[in-house]
Design a protein around this ligand. Sequence first.
Ligand SMILES: Nc1ncnc2c1ncn2[C@@H]1O[C@H](COP(=O)(O)OP(=O)(O)OP(=O)(O)O)[C@@H](O)[C@H]1O
Length: 306
Amino acid sequence: MKKALEVISVYKRFGKKEVIKGISFDIEEGRIVGFVGPNGAGKTTTIKMITGLIKPDSGQIKIFGYDIVHEREMALKFIGCIIENPELYEYLTGFENLAQLARISNIPRSKIIEAAKLVGIDYALKEKAKKYSLGMKQRLALAMAILADPKLLILDEPTNGLDPSGIIELRNLLKNLANDKKVTIFISSHNLFEIQEICDKVVFIKEGKIEMIENIDSSFIENVKFVLVLNEDRNTNDVVAKATEVISCFEGAKILEVKESSIELELDRSKKVAFLNFLFQNGVNIKDFYEKVESLEDKYIKIYQN
Ligand SMILES: Nc1ncnc2c1ncn2[C@@H]1O[C@H](COP(=O)(O)OP(=O)(O)OP(=O)(O)O)[C@@H](O)[C@H]1O
């Protein structure tokens, strides 16, 4: 599949401080990829380099094969972005904001209504931007970002300041853009739930280095742990000792942690019924048995709290 973005061994320092330390990752066309990391990890710096606002000290960034430094004009043709606070002319109407951009970028005015409709701000185009709510401003900014039909949309913290319904709307909007227009989306956010909901891949950055790249596909969902809660009508220690012994005899089950009368274990989902039968046949009395899905937040905590 075609690569929409390639970041290859990129370094960046500000003065004496090395902020980006040799990062590499890529995004295939049509995917929605999240960019996650704590404050100061280097997300905005990376995004500014990808969008050509600042140059890497070394390494290479390619947008659909075009080098953002050496083939800047061609590379930028593919990109639409919202970085930090979207810049709007508050005293102009929504339409005038879009028209201004259309004129500068040589985009036909007919595109304005199309883009505004797509992001659901067409009803307010006659109003001045200063009267817009934050959610409406985000939509207008998004309409501006997609005005030129970009193939790669880059969004830095797009849910910042949005209320829950604004966040849900934005999520649906981005999904529609990816599905209907085949736009590739790279989105940085602190909102892990949103990232997990919308993205099919997540790049984790920590102190200027890529810490992990995780696919959020069926294997992510399949990555489940189970919790077995034992019925302790007898001595808890005996009950737990017997249960751990029985579990260790079951092929495919691996005990991860024992907490009082509950046991956390890894188990292939397909063996769930066989496992429960095995426990029953071997006299292990259970009170509860449930799945514990590892969320993006769990992974985040593992990476960043070490
Ligand atoms: N123009 C600059 N001059 C000097 N240092 C900078 C500059 N821009 C960013 N930095 C530093 O680079 C580091 C990474 O900043 P960056 O804004 O990329 O992080 P971030 O991951 O986007 O953080 P946040 O989640 O807070 O937006 C920080 O230590 C920041 O202070």
